[in-house]
Design a protein around this ligand. Sequence first.
Ligand SMILES: [Zn+2]
Length: 307
Amino acid sequence: MNRFIQASTVALAMLTTANAAGPIKVITTTQDLAAIVAEVGGDKVTVESIAKGYQDPHFVEAKASFIIKLHSAELLLVVGRDLEVAWLPPLITQSRNARIQPGGAGYLDASQTVRILDVPAGQLTRAMGDVHPSGNPHYWLDPGNGRQIAKAVQAKLADMSRADAPYFAQRYADFDRRLTEGEKRWKSAMAPYKGLKIVTYHRSWTNFADAFGLDVIGYVEPKPGIPPSPGHTLDLQQEMKLKNVKILLVEPYFDMKTPNAMGRDTGAKVLVMPPSVGGVKEITNYIQLFDYDVDLLASAIKQAGTR
Ligand SMILES: [Zn+2]
C-alpha cells in the first residue's frame, strides 16, 4: 500500500467516524433532488445541490469548490438518464471519493424507480447531438415521480443510518400526504384544459404534460439540445396556426428571440415557466414548484382565451 492510499484510508476512517455522530452529508446534482432530500432527511441530513434551478441542467458550469464538497460527501444523488453527462463525471472522478463513484454505496441514481417517458425505440443514440438518448431526464416534473424519488431516498437514508429509519419513514409519510393533497389541487386546476395543445422550447415538459393532460405538439428545438433553425421554426409556426396553439412554454435559460418571434407570428402567448425548484426565488420546495407552475399556466391559458 503506498503512502497516499494509506493516508486516504485513515482520512476516510476519520470521516466515517465523524459523520456517524452528525447529519448525513448529501450532495445532489439538482435543486429538485435537494428539495426532496430535505423533505425526507429533515435535520438528520445536510444537503446541497451542484446545479441551481435557474440553470440549464444539461449544461452546468460546475464550480471546482464542488470537488472538495464531493470529496467528503456520504451520498451523491443524481437525476441520471444522461442529464448530467456533460459535466458531472469529471467532478466525481476528481473527488477521489470511492463511496460516491457510480455503483458505490453512496451513489444513488434517482431515475431507477421512476416512470421514464420518451424512451427511444431500438438502439440508443446521441445522433445529431440529441441530449435525451436514454429517455426523458426531466421526469421530476411528474409529482408521482417525485413520490418515487422520495421513497428511494427514504430507503437509502434508512440504510445509511438505521437508528434514524423511523424518523425518515415519518418524514416520508408526511411528504407523501402533502404531495397527494397537492396532486388533487393541481389536477383540478388543470382539468378544464385537458387535451390543450401547447408548444415548448425544450423537451422538458413531457412528464408534466402527461400528468396534467396537456398535448405537446412540437418543440422550438429541432432535437433536444439543438438550437432552433429557420426551417424548423417556419414549419412549427405553420403547425401552431393550423392547430390553434395559444401557449408556447419557454424554460428560463433559453434565448427569447425565436420564441418571441414565433409568438408574434402565431398569436400564441409566450410563457416563461421554471422547470425546477430555485428557478425563481418563490419556489423553495418541491410542492411549491407545482403550485407555482400550475397557477402560472392556468392564468396564462385563461388570458390567452383558449377556452
Ligand atoms: Zn433535456
